[in-house]
Design a binder for this molecule. Sequence first.
Ligand code: 5AD
Ligand code: SF4
Length: 480
Amino acid sequence: MQYDLSNIDINGLVPDTEPDRQKYFMAKLKEYVSMREKELNRKLTMCVVTFGCQMNARDSEKLAGILLQAGFVETDKEDSDFVIYNTCTVRDNANQRVYGRLGYLKGLKKKNPNMIIALCGCMMQEPHVVEKIKTTYRFVDIIFGTHNIYKLAEILYTRLQSDRMIIDILKDTDNIVEDLPSERKFSFKQGVNIMFGCNNFCSYCIVPYVRGRERSRAVQDIINEIKALVADGVVEVMLLGQNVNSYGRGLSEEITFAQLLTEIEKIEGLERIRFMTPHPKDLSDELIDVMSKSKKICRHIHLPLQSGSSRILKLMNRHYTKEHYLELVKKIKERIPDVSVTTDIIVGFPGETEEDFLDTIDVCKQVEYDSAYTFIYSKRTGTPAAVMENQVSPEVVKDRFDRLLAVISEISAKNSGRDVGRVMDVMVEEVNDHSPNLMTGRLSNNILVHFEGCREMIGKVVKVSLEESKGFYYLGKIVD
Ligand code: 5AD
Ligand code: SF4
């Protein structure tokens, strides 16, 4: 979505309601950008670098949307006039990567002293990070958090008017600003936020502290956004939320996530619906029912397990047991044929014993995940788990992590190829990176398929016969 900024009076009063206020600052920025272009006799460039999850990726599209609207040209190189790092802090290695890359940016800024460097996102919601940047990385120009990304134009304009580092961080918000411009990375698919924040407080997780309390978007705002996307050529949406099952809590209208899906399914022209991420503790029978009857909701559930040990799950504050989780997966598989189940697992949570770990392995073997993201537990300051006793030694964690990986790959190797010989619907996504006569598409269950085709097929659902399994993907042939 883009605005028409031509009739905004940039010498008039600054509006105090959103999004008008931001439109005003985008128009101001646009004037600045075009003035600088004339001085430099070239375009001003910008680069948005995303760390972390799909939520962050979606936020980055909004950041890029604002900058494009202001007249910047996007590049994928960091030697740009404006560079913004949208950071993640879910595990410490995400933070370390940002500090490492900042060293590189410092060198680039020496060559181009007019370069503006901004940091935003989850890591910036942590006071100790901001302190460190203020003292050790003084060449950073702008710091803002997760609650005010919509304000980028205003914050950047403010920086251009002063010489000081601008820090603008809200602890929390109940505000959702709608109708902002946004970049679209793919013509045919798009992530759509349905809620922000998280109220679960799993004991290892920093997200509730950096993304704030749970807020759901109004149904009509979501539906309107998807209808506009469909009118613009989108056929697949990914509904995004930290805990999609609790969608609707706190809204004036009574609605569950399953009911929201039913409403979205009615949108004509939309072909596929995906969502991320449900929590096993409140994945309802109603949702399984809606999925089993749906023609559009994809046959894929990402259901984070975290640990297979009921004792550890209790310490993690997950509100389900090993038995409950297994029961749930059984129900899902019975009711939704061909569904693919994937997961997230943490190894080495404080106090995890060999016996607890073997429970995790046991669940993996019983569920037979199509794929699993495995993480080594990372201590996050401020979370309850960070001060728990019995932190597991790095050697033991490493050993368990390797054993878990071996089990997961054995299971996915066994699972892969189970659909060879079948003809299935494939959404064509892109030209294959390695061979230009091959197209890459995705099955409803999220598995990739490569087959001979042409660029014109992108964004269409085609029937493909799955001829051969290559582990993580299939080779197929179009059938007409
Ligand atoms: N340490 C390791 N992994 C974590 N995750 C969240 N917090 C931590 C942590 N402190 C993992 C969980 C979650 C995924 C997004 O990241 O598995 O589902
Ligand atoms: Fe996403 Fe969580 Fe990382 Fe923030 S901290 S980017 S919400 S994974």
